[in-house]
Design a binder for this molecule. Structure first.
Ligand code: ADE
Length: 229
């Protein structure tokens, strides 16, 4: 049963975009996941297919209409009734490796990519959307955030990553940042590969990597230590 992603957007031509290439693109072609878009404009009102209007109470910009979004969501839900519905928003719960794993373990996702100043609060409540942020900065729309979330999920799907060992050893799978990696040549611009990595002693290599991962995490992201990862 393939994992399914649906994105509600005003810019369906942005998809699959980078997700059509490399690992996620190969998995898409292999049928390990699917990506569909719903063009919100098709549910717009009047001759101009309006999807937004000025904010109640005044202020700059435009707000996406609850009625238009609900029509798009309800249409998408007839095809995909059981998907978690997620609004990509800087005010959402932070995307983490744990959340990506949780979503990858389910049937798929339905993602609302907003534009303008945001969406009418009532549709978030009425359609029980979960809100997810990809970080503390503001993008010009939710599409790139939706792609980030999908990429983080897709690479966790069974059969997508060749060597599943490279999954379990990587950053955040163990709550630490990645240890340093090296490959040939053995010496480059006067810098040698650490001897221990060439020793063939797997236990020593594993111990060294663990120490390096802990050192780098302590230096760069002390907030990750002793936390949830
Ligand atoms: N839309 C705009 N900015 C965003 C962010 N940081 N995360 C998720 N969705 C967004």
């Amino acid at each position: 049963p393939a994992w399914r992603a649906t994105v509600l957007t005003l810019f369906p031509e942005m998809f699959p975009g980078p997700l059509g290439l490399s690992l996620s693109g190969q998995a898409l072609e292999a049928g390990l996941w699917s990506l569909n878009t719903v063009f919100i404009r098709e549910f717009g009102l009047g001759r101009h297919r309006a999807v937004d209007d000025s904010p109640a109470g005044g202020g700059a910009g435009m707000v996406m209409r609850a009625d238009v979004l609900a029509a798009a969501i309800d249409h998408a839900r007839t095809a995909e009734p059981d998907m978690p519905l997620i609004y990509m928003s800087p005010r959402g719960e932070p995307l983490s490796q744990a959340l990506a794993a949780e979503l990858a373990a389910g049937p798929g996702v339905m993602l609302l990519a907003g534009r303008f100043e945001g969406v009418d609060e009532r549709v978030i409540a009425a359609r029980q959307m979960r809100e997810v942020s990809i970080g503390d900065y503001v993008l010009s729309g939710g599409e790139l955030a939706a792609m980030v979330l999908m990429d983080a999920c897709v690479r966790l799907l069974p059969g997508v990553m060749g060597a599943s060992a490279s999954l379990s050893e990587e950053s955040f799978e163990n709550g630490l940042l990645e240890y340093p990696q090296y490959t040939k040549p053995r010496e480059w611009e006067g810098r040698a590969i650490p001897d221990i990595l060439l020793s063939g002693d797997h236990a020593k290599v594993a111990k060294w990597r663990r120490q390096q991962a802990e050192r780098i995490t302590a230096e760069r992201r002390p907030d990750l230590i002793g936390g949830k990862g």
